[in-house]
Write a protein that binds this ligand. Structure first.
Ligand SMILES: Cc1cc2nc3c(=O)[nH]c(=O)nc-3n(C[C@H](O)[C@H](O)[C@H](O)COP(=O)(O)OP(=O)(O)OC[C@H]3O[C@@H](n4cnc5c(N)ncnc54)[C@H](O)[C@@H]3O)c2cc1C
Length: 553
């Protein structure tokens, strides 16, 4: 593949030379650094690059140029290279224009002149942008191919698994793709069970389990050791934060994740309220950054792997995995979050994965291009999905039980939704049935205010109706409330009395459960605030209590 390009534009020859020099010093091995002394000549160069099919990774452009400002240049340039990252060189007085440009041209970063030393003021931000670009850039395809039926739950599971674990893959619809037909003809007996997963080296597997794929592509599902200082169950924001803090503070740490690191946040198309990311970031990006950080500190991440049980043999806490293997530790942090609540209407269970989906917005979005989709739910997660889909599909209908979106959704999202012509919000609306033979064909909805029921054709229904914890595997060991959320710290005492069976002279630490050394953090904790930042905060705080606990063992 040709090296991706970094293009820098500045009318001041001296500044241009300095930027070019600093860029080459750091990036010349992996990128081609090009320069232009005006917006016009840069656009000329871009036209040629486009024709040749060369990828552009980053624009670094001065805002103050006499004929065409940096923002004006970016407006034109992103039409040709919409995926390229955008950074603006500014003087202090351009700050307002730069902040406006975050909305106008999706500016990723603005940098003030002078940027010396570049190691501090230039490279860290450009490194991040280029990492993001690389993570999302799809070069001519060389990875895993999946041949499947768009409406098959098994194909959906495989695709969703690879997408959420950020394994590059290409989806080939058996009904629509010539390449799919060619691959099927090459299978020995010519009638493979779908999905057919074709690996890079040309070997293939018919309808493989996710675990089988994971092992084949080198995801780790088995622990290297039998004993760790700290085991974390669940790889959402809370578990990943606990892992980063645990390992960075010297604890041997393993994290066990059932599906894919990122948890619920990993399924979010855009998280806009996470501190430090003024443009928001996708859950996928947040998860990728957190996983990189955890691995860098030496965390072992096992995925897909599920914890099925826990028992105590003092001073050890022992977890049992799906395949019966066990891992022991001194301290355990449970960060298993919550899972989507299922839609309890006739037909929903049978059609899950075949037109009815829980959350899986990003995996299916491209298949729904140009179609109409329905979203059930009125909270932020449903709103984010509606916004995300509105850029891909013809029309989004949001079906909300309540009578006012503002009662359940953040104001900024309500405003964004109101500004979208192709999102229709239907209030007082309950889904009462979903119908279809092989896949979803229609839905029936009832208006709670008028009592009227109507049936409409539908092919895709995405459900975001809240979530519940799944903590049955802790039954009999760790105390939960009546809804399954785990009790900890002060919530364990009743009328000033310590929880039954607590035998230590101290009270349970803030995030400690009724079992000393077993902690809980994030959405699965009784009384938690269901947000990324709070999950991350709790995950990191829990590690402090792990240290205190370990002084006792
Ligand atoms: C679509 C969507 C959009 C959202 N948008 C925002 C937003 O914009 N801003 C915001 O602040 N919050 C947002 N949230 C909420 C936020 O994502 C959650 O509060 C946060 O992810 C909670 O983190 P957690 O680590 O506690 O749990 P989770 O994210 O739920 O992660 C728990 C993990 O544990 C794993 N697990 C469960 N049981 C087991 C087991 N037995 N063994 C192994 N692994 C197990 C699960 O597979 C999962 O990966 C959104 C949520 C959703 C669903």
């Amino acid at each position: 593949m040709a090296k991706p390009i970094i293009l820098t534009v500045d009318d001041d020859a001296q500044v241009l030379r300095a930027v070019e020099r600093d860029l080459k010093r750091r990036y010349a091995r992996e990128y081609r650094v090009l320069r232009a002394e005006s917006g016009e000549s840069a656009l000329d160069t871009l036209g040629k690059l486009k024709l040749r099919g060369d990828p552009v990774a980053l624009f670094l452009v001065d805002q103050r140029m006499p004929k065409m400002t940096g923002v004006e240049f970016l407006e034109e340039a992103i039409g040709m290279f919409p995926d390229a990252k955008r950074a603006l060189l500014t003087a202090y007085s351009d700050t307002e224009a730069a902040i406006r440009a975050i909305n106008e041209v999706g500016l990723d970063y603005y940098l003030q002149k002078p940027w010396d030393p570049p190691e501090q003021n230039l490279y860290p931000n450009l490194d991040e942008m280029l990492d993001d670009w690389r993570a999302n850039y799809r070069p001519p395809f060389e990875g895993i191919r999946i041949v499947g039926d768009r409406w098959s739950p098994a194909s959906h599971r495989t695709r969703d698994f690879l997408a959420r674990n950020r394994v590059p893959h290409k989806w080939l619809d058996v009904e629509a793709s010539e390449e799919a037909r060619r691959l099927i003809e090459n299978v020995d007996h010519g009638v493979p069970k779908l999905p057919l997963v074709v690996y890079e080296d040309g070997t293939y597997a018919e309808a493989p389990e996710n675990r089988e794929i994971a092992e084949r592509i080198g995801l780790r599902t088995q622990a290297e050791q039998q004993f760790y200082d700290l085991v974390i169950v669940g790889g959402g924001p809370s578990g990943l934060a606990a892992a980063v803090y645990g390992a960075s503070e010297g604890l041997s740490t393993v994290l066990v994740e059932r599906e894919a690191p990122g948890g619920q946040a990993g399924t979010s198309s855009r998280i806009e309220n996470y501190l430090g990311f003024p443009r928001g970031l996708s859950g996928g990006d947040l998860a990728r950054r957190a996983v990189d950080q955890a691995v860098r500190f030496g965390v072992e991440i096992l995925t897909p792997q599920e914890v099925r049980g826990v028992r105590v043999e003092d001073p050890y806490r022992i977890v049992t995995l799906t395949d019966g293997l066990e891992i022991s530790c001194y301290a355990l942090i449970v960060t298993t979050g919550v899972s989507y609540r299922r839609l309890a209407v006739p037909g929903a269970e049978r059609l899950t994965g075949a037109g009815v989906y829980y959350g899986a917005a990003q995996t299916e979005a491209y298949a729904c291009e140009g179609e109409d989709v329905y979203i059930v739910g009125g909270a932020n997660s449903a709103g984010q999905a509606a916004m995300f889909f509105s850029n891909q599909v013809r029309r989004v209908a949001m079906l909300c039980r309540g009578d006012d979106l503002r009662k359940s959704m953040s104001e900024y999202l309500v405003t964004q939704i109101e500004d979208k012509d192709n999102i229709e919000v239907r209030l007082n609306t309950n889904v009462v049935a979903v119908e279809g033979e092989e896949h979803l064909e229609s839905i029936s909805v009832k208006n709670g205010a008028t009592g009227e029921t109507e049936t409409a054709p539908a092919s895709s229904l995405f459900i975001f109706i809240g979530a519940a914890p799944k903590t049955d595997w802790l039954d009999g060991v760790v105390e939960c409330d009546e809804r399954g959320f785990i009790l900890s710290g002060p919530d364990l005492s009743k009328n000033g009395k310590r929880t039954k069976g607590w035998r230590l002279n101290r009270d349970p630490f803030l995030l400690e459960t009724n079992v000393p050394g077993v902690f809980v953090a994030g959405d699965v904790r009784h009384g938690s605030i269901k947000r990324c930042a709070s999950a991350v905060g709790e995950g990191s705080i829990a590690v402090q209590f792990v240290h205190q606990y370990m002084r006792e063992v």
